[in-house]
Design a protein around this ligand. Structure first.
Ligand SMILES: [Mn+2]
Length: 412
């Protein structure tokens, strides 16, 4: 496919002279709609122009696009759309994640669309030649949920672009930041960039159709099947509907749950306790690769009558890397509950002042490293003891917020 590149040399003068039109390198013009449209659209267009300038500055380079360790459809799709946009500036982007692709829907999405993403677990990442990269890009995260970030710092890779909708983290410096905490999905933000003309989707290009399908899936999945979508998400979905492949999306959505996920859901049902409309369930130990079962269990628990918030957590252990940590997920339908604040307030910060988790609208997650207490679970008495300590402590911390009067729980 021949596609000429965008150039800010062409963009800037035309921006100044004719605010409604941006001329591209291939002689094509984008309607920037500055001045014509709603304030929201004008902001989106101005952001698109700013992104063009940053990409132009890094023309010809190779970048690392880092996703959270357990990438969700929103992250995967948005990174792909970003990569296609950056390609127009001859920028090569390698999309990587440090953990596992464990949710069967995500595995199906990647397989069916050929989504270009690579798993870089710690040994793989350490063996890579980092000198080929001139910078890194964070999509649908701000670096706090990736175990690759210490390696990024070690390699002294500058953060060039951040596009995200999670609550803003302090201490984040990048050449281009687009963090919209009120936007439901990063896929919506990327779709707005496409609509602003940063890349013209074409029905005849299979990669475009597949990327549009992934974006539609990402957008749906972060808005609970569009039930929590806002106007901008519907507008983005309407635009994607011209390009996406409904049949592929259907196949992705029909993927079944693995036995491990069913088992975790079963344990969460059995162990749940409900107070003040909040359902809390500890599920004990699970394999690191099955970590995605936890948000799925939370999704399930929240469907119970009179439950507006569900928190599910367990101890995930990775035998290969001797890694052990408490992972948890929060889901809520209560619009006045801010998952980010809730998780930060419940669990506080570690010795370095970093929070154990955070969130976005209606969902959040947390991870607590077990450090010295990691491993040696062959001794089942010890494993039981360890679980009961963490289980009790997490419940106490959650209940302090949910039920401020009687927060000390009985052990039974
Ligand atoms: Mn997202």
């Amino acid at each position: 496919m021949v596609q000429s590149s965008l150039s800010t040399a062409d963009v800037e003068p035309s921006l100044a002279l004719h605010p409604t039109e941006i001329l591209l390198g291939d002689g094509e013009k984008i309607q920037s709609r500055l001045g014509l449209s709603s304030p929201t659209q004008r902001i989106a267009d101005a952001r698109g122009d700013a992104l063009i300038r940053v990409l132009d500055k890094h023309r010809g380079e190779r970048h690392l696009v880092i996703l959270q360790d357990f990438p969700d459809p929103d992250a995967l799709a948005s990174a792909w759309a970003y990569r296609l946009i950056a390609e127009r500036f001859e920028i090569q982007s390698d999309i990587v994640y440090g953990g596992t692709l464990s949710h069967q829907e995500n595995i199906a999405l990647v397989k069916l669309t050929g989504l270009p993403v690579q798993r870089w677990n710690c040994p793989t990442a350490k063996a890579k030649d980092w000198s080929v990269y001139k910078g890194c890009v964070l999509i649908d995260n701000q670096g706090t949920t990736s175990q690759l970030m210490p390696l990024v710092q070690q390699a002294k890779l500058p953060i060039l672009v951040v596009i995200d909708h999670h609550s803003a983290q302090d201490d984040l410096h990048a050449e281009f930041l687009d963090i919209r905490t009120h936007t439901r999905a990063t896929a919506t933000i990327l779709t707005q960039y496409l609509q602003a003309g940063l890349l013209h989707l074409d029905n005849g290009t299979s990669e475009h159709v597949k990327c549009a399908t992934a974006l539609m899936h990402g957008l749906r999945s972060d808005t609970n099947g569009l039930r929590q979508a806002q106007e901008e998400d519907f507008l983005a979905a309407a635009y994607l509907s011209r390009f996406y492949d409904a049949q592929t999306l259907n196949t992705v959505l029909q993927s079944t749950r693995s036995k491990q996920v069913m088992d975790v859901i079963e344990r969460s049902l059995k162990n749940r306790s409900i107070q003040n409309n909040v359902s809390i369930a500890g599920v004990g130990f699970l394999r690191y690769d099955d970590r995605d079962a936890i948000p799925q269990a939370a999704d399930f628990l929240i469907t119970e009558d009179n439950v507006h918030t569900a928190v599910v957590y367990g101890i995930a252990h990775d035998e290969d890397e001797e890694l052990e940590l408490v992972v948890g997920s929060l889901r809520t339908t209560k619009i006045t509950l801010d998952p980010d604040e809730f998780i930060k307030e419940a669990f506080g910060q570690d010795a370095q002042g970093r929070f154990f988790g955070g969130g976005r609208s209606l969902a959040g997650g947390f991870e607590i490293p077990m450090g010295f207490l990691s491993g040696l679970n062959e001794n089942s008495e010890y494993a039981k003891l360890k679980w009961s300590v963490f289980d009790t402590q997490i419940k106490q911390k959650l209940l302090r917020l949910i039920n401020p009067e009687g927060s000390m729980i009985r052990t039974n």
